[in-house]
Design a protein around this ligand. Sequence first.
Ligand SMILES: NC(=O)c1ccc[n+]([C@@H]2O[C@H](COP(=O)([O-])OP(=O)(O)OC[C@H]3O[C@@H](n4cnc5c(N)ncnc54)[C@H](OP(=O)(O)O)[C@@H]3O)[C@@H](O)[C@H]2O)c1
Length: 406
Amino acid sequence: MPRGVGNSYQTLEPDTAYTYLVNDHWSADAQGQYTFLNLADPTAAIAWPIPLEDAELSDKDRAHPMLADVTPMPPAPILVLGAGGQLGRALVARAAAAGIPVEAHGRDTWDMTDPASWPREHFRGLRAVVNASAMTAVDAAETPEGRAQAWAVNATAAAELARRCTEAGVPLAHVSTDYVFDGTLPVGQEHPVDHPLAPLGVYGQSKAAGEAAVRTVPRHWIVRTSWVIGERKNFVATMASLAERGIDPAVVADQHGRLTFADDLADALLHLVTTDAPTGTFHMTNSGDVVTWHDVARWVFEDTGHDAGRVSATTTAADLAGKEGVAPRPTNSALDLGPLAAVGYTAPDQRERLRDHLSEAAGGTRDTLRVAHVTLFVWHTLILLQKSRLLRENTSGIHRPRKVPS
Ligand SMILES: NC(=O)c1ccc[n+]([C@@H]2O[C@H](COP(=O)([O-])OP(=O)(O)OC[C@H]3O[C@@H](n4cnc5c(N)ncnc54)[C@H](OP(=O)(O)O)[C@@H]3O)[C@@H](O)[C@H]2O)c1
């Protein structure tokens, strides 16, 4: 029975038993969240076999509002986990813009590694769960503590989410990564969604384990992505900062992939969940040619008004030479976007979205400068006022006639 659909009945014979199945949509505890309609509502105009004035009705039933006064039942919320991350923040913002109710938790209110403390034991009543949480520190995941953390968040917690979603019959959208592949696919080819998993490092291994757990949920979407750019520290922000500070970077030109803007990834996930799209595994990045990090760095320099020639090309081997504890990176991270397009979502072009992103970031900087300016102005004014007050106080004894004590 879909959410918001009601039922009512009259028994026409004495000693009639009416039995019906109470499913997950009904619970005595949750009655405060339900909506009711008065049985005598004139717009519904139900032709009750026994006129209501002759029927037995509870006081509660008599007191229900007419349709005009009914508060419609709100759509069930989507539970968003990892709400403090790049994707999590974008999910919250994009859902708000689209009027989609969400219940969002960051690490402070929902520690993925401690299921006993999760504020929701049961997931009943949720429209879906979107898991944007992850231990994403690829190099730290190669250390003993990082390895344990990566497995706890990316695999064990994902398995617990999967278990609770299955138990409640709630669909689970889970985000995974290009790092589940070894990247040995020849450059020029894109990984199909069913390409064999062969992660090179701990992060990718733990994410692959998380995928396996999520696949047990009857209704699930596993969305692999790559090179995510959102509000937090990321490659684009780093390059923009280097450009601004006059530092000329050498950037690897032998890792291939596409950028994914967090807002677009959020839109794709919301699309899957709200259209109840066919479940399964999908790839999501922005569209456009497959490029290298070196290409992206050059774009960032260009778009921020700096000379792209300042960015030199290097190789992964040269970049990693002499560095300890660095996780191996896949050479080819290109993902086939076809299956996602087939269920109705095609992401905008990465080059255009990079321009939007950088101009929004510059707008943010301008706003910050404007605020700083205003603050400075206010501060300046306060100092002037203070000075003039002091001046008045200091000079009062000179210019005003002294009060002669009597
Ligand atoms: N970033 C990329 O380039 C990239 C590439 C491919 C795939 N992905 C995948 O895309 C998804 C989103 O990544 P993102 O870029 O948004 O990463 P992110 O910015 O690092 O966000 C991950 C979020 O998970 C949270 N988290 C970590 N451990 C937690 C715990 N024990 N309990 C609760 N929350 C915890 C983090 O909390 P804190 O804020 O407290 O750290 C952070 O807010 C992830 O599944 C990731 O694997 C990312």
